[in-house]
Write a protein that binds this ligand. Structure first.
Ligand SMILES: [Zn+2]
Length: 167
C-alpha cells in the first residue's frame, strides 16, 4: 500500500505523489478519481478495488509550482552524477559548496555542486579561484517542469509518462 501514486490536479496537471493507501482514501472519500490502474486489485473484507497508479482530484487545488528540494540526491541528479570540476562520473560523489560555508557560502542551489572526493579534497574548503579549479557549468536551480520533478519515478512507473509530459 506504499507504492507511489501520481496525483493530478483537476486540470490534469501532475502535482505530487502519494502512497497507494492515501490514494485509495481519496477515491473512497469521493475526492479523487482513478485515471490509471493496472497494478492488480486491492481486496479486503469490504473492498474490491483496482490498484491505482494515477489519480485525479475532483476539484482543482491552487498551489504554487513545487520546487525541487535541495538534497544530496537531487544535487547529484541535477549534475548528471558528474563531478563538476573534473567531469568524471566515477568514484564517490560529494556535495561541494562552491563558496565554502565557513567563508559565508550558503546552502542554496547556486552554491552547491557534485564533486568527486578527489576534487573535493583538492579544493579543501577554499574558493575555486584560489585553487585554480574551474566549474564545468554554473550551478542553477533545477527546472520545475513536471518531467524533471517526477522524472526519477519513470523508471519503475513508465505508465506515468503521458501524464507528466508537457507540464
Ligand atoms: Zn572531480
Amino acid at each position: 500500500m506504499h507504492e507511489p501514486v501520481l496525483v493530478l490536479n483537476a486540470n490534469f496537471e501532475p502535482i505530487h505523489i502519494c502512497t497507494t493507501r492515501r490514494a485509495v482514501c481519496l477515491i473512497l472519500a469521493g475526492k479523487a478519481g482513478m485515471v490509471a490502474n493496472g497494478r492488480g486489485n486491492i481486496r479486503t473484507v469490504s473492498l474490491f478495488l483496482p490498484r491505482p497508479s494515477v489519480i485525479r482530484l475532483q476539484s482543482q487545488i491552487h498551489r504554487p509550482r513545487p520546487h525541487v528540494k535541495l538534497t544530496r540526491r537531487e544535487v547529484f541528479r541535477r549534475d548528471n552524477y558528474t563531478c563538476q570540476y573534473c567531469g568524471k562520473r566515477e568514484g564517490n560523489l560529494t556535495v561541494d559548496h562552491v563558496v565554502p560555508r565557513h567563508l559565508g557560502g550558503q546552502h542554496i542551489w547556486t552554491n552547491v555542486v557534485a564533486a568527486c572526493s578527489a576534487c573535493n579534497h583538492r579544493k579543501g574548503g577554499r574558493k575555486v579561484d584560489e585553487v585554480h579549479m574551474h566549474l564545468l557549468r554554473l550551478p542553477k536551480e533545477p527546472p520545475t517542469n513536471a518531467f524533471y520533478l517526477f522524472g526519477r519515478h519513470l523508471g519503475i512507473n513508465g505508465e506515468w509518462e503521458p501524464y507528466i509530459s508537457g507540464w
